[in-house]
Design a protein around this ligand. Structure first.
Ligand code: ZN
Length: 210
């Protein structure tokens, strides 16, 4: 009960952090006294940037999943695989662990990240009545998922290694590979550019005790 009003924000005390070197600055300061970079208390344009990146990533999910991601040539026969048909093919070949890794890296992680960031941005933009505890949990999930984005590179290298073991096999990335790489890059950027302090501002101002 006594914890409701104990968190004092730096902004109320006229203090802020330098976004570059985290030096403590006064809010009226425009340039950091330590590193000389511009000091802004809150980056309000970061919501727009994050929305733009996230929506582009969500749109690119369609070509990434609908077009073939790999073109395999074996003894003159060309086989084009989308992410889904690739996973199916791996299951048929009894390579279930790789199919699970591919599903997690190519479908589950990007989807969860886009949905999670979307909820986060909606909560800030439209002041959705989502409790602080739930948003905190979501924030940790997005952070945790972010670490697994490198899994895609791992999958690509494993696939390449497996394919190159066959002698007369040739595997090349198809158009969806570019779209997919952009989805990963744009979701990473969308999370990176967002000034999360905007969310804490809203939660503190609403005095959300949940
Ligand atoms: Zn600085």
């Amino acid at each position: 009960m006594s914890t409701s009003n104990t968190s004092v924000q730096g902004q109320r005390l006229g203090l802020t952090c330098c976004p570059t070197c985290t030096n403590l600055c006064q809010t009226q300061q425009t340039i950091c006294s330590r590193c000389g970079q511009a000091v802004t208390s809150r980056d309000h344009s970061s919501i727009q940037k994050s929305w733009a990146l996230l929506i582009t990533a969500a749109i690119l999910l369609f070509p990434a999943n609908l077009y073939p991601i790999t073109v395999m040539t074996s003894q003159g026969q060309v086989r084009k695989d989308t992410i889904f048909s690739g996973i199916n093919h791996l299951i048929q070949l009894d390579l279930l662990p790789i199919a699970i890794i591919l599903f997690t890296a190519s479908i589950l992680v990007p989807m969860l990240k886009i949905v999670g960031l979307g909820i986060y941005l909606l909560a800030i933009s439209f002041e959705l009545p989502i409790s602080k505890r739930k948003l905190m949990a979501g924030f940790h999930i997005i952070e945790w998922i972010g670490r697994w984005s490198m899994l895609d590179l791992f999958v690509i290298s494993i696939t390449a290694a497996l394919v190159n073991m066959g002698q007369i096999f040739d595997a090349k990335p198809a158009p969806a590979a570019t779209a997919f790489a952009l989805v990963i890059l744009l979701t990473q950027l969308a999370a990176k550019v967002l000034d999360t302090r905007l969310l804490w501002d809203r939660l503190e101002s609403n005095d959300d005790r949940n």
